[in-house]
Design a protein around this ligand. Structure first.
Ligand code: 13P
Ligand code: SF4
Length: 356
């Protein structure tokens, strides 16, 4: 992947941002943003730092400072082979932790003190130990949206772009029962793709009565949900199709399964961006968090992005251009992972990276 380049004068950066940001953006604000971006880029050189920008970063940041942009898997790969002294992660904590685990000798900075995620907060390492007792000899797949101690209890991680491939890999190794957590909807979407049933264990024991286990091929899921993607409904899709005949609907696999089933395409954030580039339809609807829509819209001026909602991930929203500058100026907020946890978590991440 080639490193992104940006203008190095104020006038050029301003013109660059004006072309990328929504047309009604205030000119003084653009000039101010351009000045901050130039300073971030200067400090990157001075400190031998790189900035990684998840696809959900707000447009003024996304289009002005990341050396690389991408989805969780793409950015993990870049973090794993980076030789920069400092990695500033424009994203949330579980992503920055992943970068640290894969590259323990580097300083990893998260520009926000918390950078949470409703999925990462839905499961603990103790929950996994209990699941292992309840379902012995069952491999544990954890979504990368988990914290390091959960990854350390995991056999293999996955992201939204390789979740089905990881499950198929385990099926090929003869596993008919797989623990897959913490996202219930991702588990159900992957199960539909790989021909498995899903059971949700109750916190202390018995299986969920609504979902009788097919013990031949079963995913044992968990109760986590993304607070952004769980809000999309099939009514959103029906309304858009009525209003914009021919609209192409793209849903992130963290959306409810009935929403994914009613969509035309489902994939990781980067897969959605690539798909929008390819579609020939005049309009498209993105069922994912809304900053990414703005980033895509700037790149595809000939296609209309249908705006049905504006659900912003509150955690991604904590990382701004100003916070990124402060991170480089003050060396904050450094991500630390306990070395023993990191070693075990790294094994589950490396198994994922090997699979694809
Ligand atoms: P991607 O791996 O598709 O970038 O998704 C990460 C995420 O947090 C989506 O909500
Ligand atoms: Fe977590 Fe959802 Fe935000 Fe992604 S969009 S970081 S899954 S809360």
């Amino acid at each position: 992947m080639t490193k992104l380049q940006y203008p190095d004068t104020l006038a050029d950066m301003e013109a660059h941002l004006r072309a990328k940001l929504p047309p009604d953006t205030d000119h003084d604000l653009i000039r101010q943003r351009a000045g901050v971006a130039l300073e971030v880029n200067r400090l990157k050189q001075e400190k031998n730092a790189i900035v990684l920008g998840h696809n959900y970063m707000a447009p003024s940041l996304y289009h002005s400072v990341p050396d690389y942009t991408g989805d969780s898997l793409g950015l993990s790969r870049i973090a794993a082979r980076s030789d920069a002294d400092i990695i500033v992660f424009g994203g949330v904590r579980f992503m920055a932790e992943t970068a640290k685990i894969l590259n323990p000798d580097r300083t990893v900075l998260l520009p926000s003190p918390k950078g949470g995620c409703s999925l990462a907060e839905a499961i603990t390492a103790q929950d996994i130990r209990e699941l292992r007792e309840q379902y012995p000899d069952t491999p544990v797949v954890s979504y990368v949206n988990t914290y390091a101690d959960v990854k350390a209890e995991t056999d293999i991680c996955c992201t939204s772009s390789n979740a089905a491939a990881v499950v198929r890999h385990l099926q090929q190794q003869g596993h008919d029962r797989i623990i897959f957590l913490p996202d219930e909807f991702l588990a159900r979407n992957v199960a539909a793709e790989t021909g498995m049933a899903v059971i949700l264990p109750q916190r202390h024991g018995r299986a969920d009565a609504q979902d009788p286990p097919n013990l031949q091929r079963v995913i044992v899921g968990w109760h986590g949900r993304c607070e952004v993607h769980e809000k999309f409904t099939t009514d959103d899709i029906a309304r858009a199709r009525q209003q914009y005949p021919g609209v192409v609907v793209l849903a992130h696999p963290e959306c409810p399964p009935e929403v994914v089933a009613a969509s035309d395409f489902s994939g990781s954030t980067t897969a959605m961006i690539s798909h929008v580039r390819k579609i020939e339809s005049d309009s498209y609807l993105l069922l994912t968090e809304c900053a990414m829509g703005d980033n895509i819209a700037a790149e595809n001026p000939g296609k209309e992005m249908v705006r049905l909602c504006s659900i912003r991930c509150p955690h991604m929203n904590e990382v701004t251009l100003d916070e990124t500058l402060a991170a480089l100026q003050l060396g904050q907020f450094e991500v630390h992972v306990d070395p023993d946890i990191a070693l075990r978590a790294r094994a589950s991440l490396e198994r994922m990276i090997e699979i694809g």
